[in-house]
Design a binder for this molecule. Structure first.
Ligand SMILES: Nc1nc2c(c(=O)[nH]1)N[C@H]1C(S)=C(S)[C@@H](COP(=O)(O)OP(=O)(O)OC[C@H]3O[C@@H](n4cnc5c(=O)[nH]c(N)nc54)[C@H](O)[C@@H]3O)O[C@H]1N2
Ligand SMILES: Nc1nc2c(c(=O)[nH]1)N[C@H]1C(S)=C(S)[C@@H](COP(=O)(O)OP(=O)(O)OC[C@H]3O[C@@H](n4cnc5c(=O)[nH]c(N)nc54)[C@H](O)[C@@H]3O)O[C@H]1N2
Ligand code: SF4
Ligand SMILES: [Mo]
Length: 725
C-alpha cells in the first residue's frame, strides 16, 4: 500500500475539488484574490542623500520601499531610515489641513481653514510688509530640494533673503576651508572615493551612525578589502570599532593633531613631493610653519602619544595617494572650524590625493536646462545675513545672520519668515534667540508635514504632502556617474495636504506673480526640462533614473587638475586670508576647558533617525524611541550611576534637560558626555514623540561664530549631571 503524506493528500484533495467547482467559485472557499502590486520609482527624502527607491503599493496601500538597483548612489539598498520612510506617510500625527493661529504664538492653538483662506491671509500680510518695509523684509528658511519652487516665488517677490541650516550649522566651514585651499568645495554627496581608499582617516565623521548610504556602503567595502582605518574621536564610535588605530582625542584639539601629523609628513619627507612641487603655493613657508608642531608638542594638548601620532602619519604616507582624510560634514564644532577644515585640506594635499583614485574624485553632472522663467526683479537692498561682508569667506547665506537682523532690525528690518522643512528650534543654536526673533515678526508661516516645534509658533501652518505623495524638481546629481532622477507620487495624500510646487504657485498667484509660473502643472515643467536634456520622459517615469555617460573623474583616467584659487594652485599659504587679517596658515588655539566639574556636551547621529524629523515616524521610533546619555563608566561609578538610571543635564546657563537614561560605557572619554541629536520634543502635537529623551538643542545655549564664514560652533557647551529621583 502506498502512503500519502498529509501535505500531498491535501494537494490532491484541493485539486479535485477545484477541478469540479471551477475557478470562478474560489471566492466561495474564501480564497483571497491575489494582491495587485504596483512598483513606482521615486527618490527618498528622509535625509538629503536622495537615494533612488522603488515603492510598492499593494491594493492601493503603501506597502514597502526598497533601493532602486539602477541607482549608482544607493546600489539597490536603502538605509534603515529610508526603508522606514513609509512610516512618515502613515504617521497619524501628521498635519492634515491649513491652520491659522487663534491664541498666542507657541500655545499651539489654531483653527482649520481652507487653502484659499490660508494663502490669501499670507499674501495679504506679505504685501503689507512689502509696502511698509520692502519685499526684502520677508525671509525664507528652506532646507532641501523641496524648497526649489518657494525660492522661485521668493525671488519673484523681490527678496534675496533665503537661507538653510546646512551651511552655517553644518558643512559650511568645511566647504570654506577647502575652497580657500583648492578653490573648490566638497559638495553633497561628498566627492570622497572611499571605496578605493587604502587608508581612511575619520576625524569625528562617525560613518555607520552617520548613515549617508553610499559612504557607509563604500566604507564597508574598503574595510573588507583590507583598508587601514584611523579614527580620531573622543568616543569609540561604530567606525572606531573598524579601526586599526583609534585615537581618543581630547575634544577640541584636532587642530593640534592635524598640525603634528603634517609636521611628521613634512619633516620626514613622507609627503607627495611631486604633487606639492607641481601644484603647491607657498609650501616653503608652510614647511617652516609646521616645523615647530612636533608630536611631543601635540601630546599634552590632544592626549595622543607622540609614537601614535608618528605611526599613524607614516601609515597615511604608506598608502598615498589612496589615503583619504575624510573632510567631515557637520564640522561646526569649536569656532575655528574653517581653519581646521583647511588643515584637513592641507593634510590631504600632502598626501597628493586630489583628483586621484582613493582620494577626492571630480564629480560629473548631466546638462539639464532650467525652466525659462521671466527675469526676477532686482532687490532694492542686498542680502542682510552677512552685512559688510563681516564674514568675508561665507559662500552661502547665514541663517543666524537673518535671525540677528530680525532681532536688531539692522541693517534693515525683517518682518516675516516663511519656514520650509526646517525645524529652526532644533537646528539653530540658542533657542531663546530664535524665539526673540520670532517675537519681532509680523508674520511666521511654517510648511511642514508634522506639528514640529517651529510650527508651534507659526501664525499659519501649511501641511505638505510627504515625499511619497508628490513630485519635486528633478535631482540632477553630481556624482561618480551622473544621473537624473525623478520624484513622483506613489500614493495620494490622505487629507488636505498639498505639494510644495502647488503651494509656491498658488501663493505667487495671490501675490500677483502668476506670470512667474507659466506652466500649468508640475508634469509640464518636468517634461520641459527632461526634453531639453534630450532624455525620454516615459523612460524616466518608468525607471525613476536615467544615467548619463561615464566621464573621467580621476587623474588615472586622464583628467587634469585645475585649482580655481587666486594663485591657480593649492594654497598652503593663503594670501587672501592674510589680506583679510586672518592666519594664512592654520594655527592651534586650545579649547576653553569649561566650568570645573562639568562635562563637554557632544552629540551626533543614530542610524535609524534623521535630525529632529523622524521621531514621530512609528516605524523608526519603534527602533529607537529615545536617546541615552553616554557617560564614561568610571565617572558613572563615582556618581553612583548605572546604565538605565535617569539623570537630567544642567548646562552652564542653567538650562535643565528632560530626564535621560545613562549609558555607562568605557567607550567615551571621562571629560565629555554624548547623546543623539533631535530628541526631547516639546510640541504637543507630536503625541508619540513628545517628551521622549533629552534635547541637545535646548542645551546648546552658547555658540562660537567662525570669523571666516559665520558658522555657529556648538560643541562649546558644558553640563553637570543631576540624578532624577
Ligand atoms: N542616521 C543619520 N545619518 C546622518 C544624518 C542623520 O540625521 N541621521 N545627518 C546627515 C548630516 S546632514 C550630517 S551633517 C552628518 C553629520 O555627521 P558627522 O559629519 O559625522 O558629524 P557630527 O555629527 O558632528 O559627528 C559626530 C561625531 O564627532 C565626534 N566628536 C565630537 N567632538 C569631537 C572632537 O572634538 N573631535 C573629534 N575628532 N571628534 C569629535 C562625536 O563623538 C561623534 O562620533 O550626518 C549625516 N548622516
Ligand atoms: N543642536 C544641534 N543642532 C543641529 C545639529 C545637531 O546635531 N545638533 N545638526 C545640524 C545639521 S548637520 C543640520 S544639516 C541641520 C538640520 O536641520 P533641519 O533641516 O532643520 O532638520 P530637522 O530638525 O530635522 O527639521 C526638518 C523639518 O522638516 C520637516 N519635514 C520633513 N519632511 C518634510 C517634507 O516633506 N515637507 C516639509 N514641508 N517639511 C518636512 C520635519 O518635520 C522637520 O520639522 O541642523 C543642524 N543643527
Ligand atoms: S541615506 Fe537613507 S534616509 Fe538618506 S536618502 Fe538614502 S535611504 Fe533615504
Ligand atoms: Mo548636516
Amino acid at each position: 500500500m502506498t502512503t500519502l503524506s498529509r501535505r500531498s493528500f491535501l494537494k490532491i484533495g484541493t485539486a479535485t475539488i477545484l477541478a469540479k467547482a471551477g475557478l470562478e467559485s474560489l471566492d466561495a472557499f474564501g480564497v483571497p484574490a491575489p494582491s495587485k502590486v504596483e512598483r513606482i520609482p521615486t527618490f527618498c527624502d528622509i535625509c538629503f542623500w536622495k537615494c533612488n527607491a522603488i515603492a510598492s503599493v499593494r491594493d492601493g496601500h503603501l506597502w514597502k520601499i526598497e533601493g532602486n538597483p539602477a541607482d549608482p548612489l544607493c546600489q539597490g539598498r536603502l538605509c534603515p531610515r529610508g526603508t522606514g520612510g513609509i512610516g512618515a506617510a502613515g504617521d497619524p500625527d501628521r498635519l492634515k489641513r491649513p491652520l491659522i493661529r487663534t491664541r498666542e504664538r507657541g500655545e499651539e492653538m489654531w483653527r482649520e481653514v481652507s487653502w484659499d483662506e490660508a494663502l490669501a491671509y499670507i499674501a495679504e500680510r506679505m504685501k503689507a510688509i512689502a509696502v511698509e518695509h520692502g519685499p526684502e523684509s520677508m525671509a525664507l528658511f528652506s532646507h532641501g530640494l523641496g524648497g526649489t519652487f518657494l525660492k522661485h516665488t521668493w525671488k519673484a517677490f523681490g527678496s534675496p533673503n533665503i537661507a538653510a541650516p546646512s551651511f552655517a550649522q553644518c558643512r559650511g566651514p568645511r566647504d570654506t576651508g577647502f575652497e580657500l585651499t583648492y578653490g573648490e568645495g566638497i559638495g553633497s554627496p561628498e566627492r570622497t572615493d572611499i571605496e578605493n581608499a587604502r587608508c581612511i582617516v575619520l576625524i569625528g565623521s562617525h560613518l555607520g551612525e552617520n548613515m549617508h548610504n553610499t559612504q557607509v556602503q563604500e566604507f564597508s567595502k574598503a574595510v573588507h578589502a583590507g583598508a587601514t582605518v584611523i579614527v580620531a574621536d573622543p568616543r569609540f564610535s561604530v567606525a572606531a570599532s573598524k579601526a586599526k588605530h583609534y585615537l581618543p582625542v581630547k575634544p577640541g584639539t584636532d587642530m593640534a593633531l592635524l598640525l603634528a601629523w603634517m609636521h611628521v609628513l613634512v619633516t620626514e619627507k613622507l609627503h607627495d613631493a611631486e604633487f606639492v612641487a607641481a601644484h603647491g603655493h607657498g609650501f616653503e613657508s608652510f614647511a617652516a610653519h609646521v616645523a615647530r608642531f612636533t608630536p611631543e608638542w601635540a601630546y599634552p594638548e590632544t592626549g595622543i602619544e607622540p609614537d601614535v601620532i608618528r605611526e599613524t602619519a607614516r601609515e597615511m604616507a604608506r598608502h598615498k595617494p589612496a589615503t583619504l582624510v575624510h573632510p567631515g560634514r557637520r564640522v561646526n564644532w569649536y569656532g575655528d572650524d574653517a581653519q581646521r577644515a583647511r588643515a584637513v585640506a592641507l593634510l590631504n594635499a600632502l598626501l597628493g590625493n586630489w583628483n586621484r583614485k582613493g582620494g577626492f574624485y571630480t564629480p560629473a553632472m548631466m546638462d539639464v536646462p532650467s525652466y525659462p522663467y521671466p527675469d526676477y526683479p532686482k532687490p532694492a537692498r542686498p542680502r542682510l545675513d552677512n552685512p559688510d561682508k563681516r564674514y568675508p569667506f561665507a559662500g552661502e547665506a547665514i541663517t543666524t545672520g537673518i535671525r540677528e537682523a530680525t532681532i536688531t532690525g539692522k541693517p534693515y528690518p525683517i518682518k516675516g519668515w516663511m519656514v520650509y522643512a526646517t525645524n529652526l528650534l532644533h537646528s539653530l543654536p540658542n533657542e531663546k534667540e530664535t524665539l526673540r526673533a520670532i517675537d519681532a515678526l509680523d508674520l511666521l508661516v511654517v510648511i511642514d508635514v508634522i506639528p514640529s516645534e517651529i510650527a508651534g509658533y507659526a501664525d499659519v501652518v501649511l501641511p505638505e504632502s510627504t515625499y511619497l505623495e508628490r513630485h519635486d524638481d528633478l535631482n540632477v546629481e553630481l556624482f561618480k556617474q551622473p544621473f537624473v532622477a525623478l520624484r513622483q507620487p506613489v500614493v495620494k495624500s490622505p487629507d488636505d495636504q498639498k505639494p510644495n510646487w502647488w503651494i509656491a504657485r498658488e501663493l505667487a498667484a495671490k501675490l500677483g506673480l502668476a506670470s512667474y509660473f507659466p506652466w500649468n502643472d508640475i508634469e509640464e515643467y518636468l517634461r520641459y526640462r527632461v526634453k531639453g536634456a534630450g532624455l525620454d520622459w516615459e523612460t524616466l517615469k518608468r525607471e525613476g533614473i536615467v544615467l548619463g555617460p561615464k566621464q573621467p573623474i580621476y587623474q588615472e583616467e586622464g583628467l587634469e587638475s585645475e585649482f580655481p584659487t587666486p594663485s591657480g594652485k593649492v594654497e598652503f599659504y593663503s594670501n587672501q586670508l592674510e589680506a583679510a587679517g586672518f592666519d594664512p596658515m592654520p594655527v592651534y588655539q586650545a579649547p576653553d576647558p569649561g566650568p570645573p566639574g562639568s562635562f563637554r556636551l557632544l552629540f551626533g547621529r543614530a542610524p535609524v533617525h534623521s535630525f529632529s524629523r523622524t521621531h514621530s515616524n512609528r516605524l523608526l521610533s519603534d527602533a529607537m524611541p529615545e536617546n541615552a546619555l553616554w557617560l564614561n563608566a568610571d565617572v558613572a561609578r563615582r556618581y553612583g550611576l548605572k546604565s538605565g538610571d535617569k539623570v537630567r543635564l544642567r548646562n552652564q546657563d542653567d538650562v535643565l534637560s528632560n530626564p535621560i537614561a545613562v549609558k555607562a560605557t568605557q567607550r567615551i572619554r571621562p571629560d565629555c558626555v554624548y547623546m543623539v541629536h533631535g530628541f526631547g520634543h516639546t510640541s504637543r502635537g507630536l503625541r508619540h514623540a513628545f517628551g521622549k529623551g533629552a534635547s541637545d538643542s535646548q542645551l546648546v545655549t552658547r555658540y562660537k561664530t567662525d570669523p571666516l564664514m559665520g558658522g555657529t560652533a556648538v560643541n562649546v557647551n558644558f553640563v553637570t549631571l543631576e540624578p532624577e529621583i
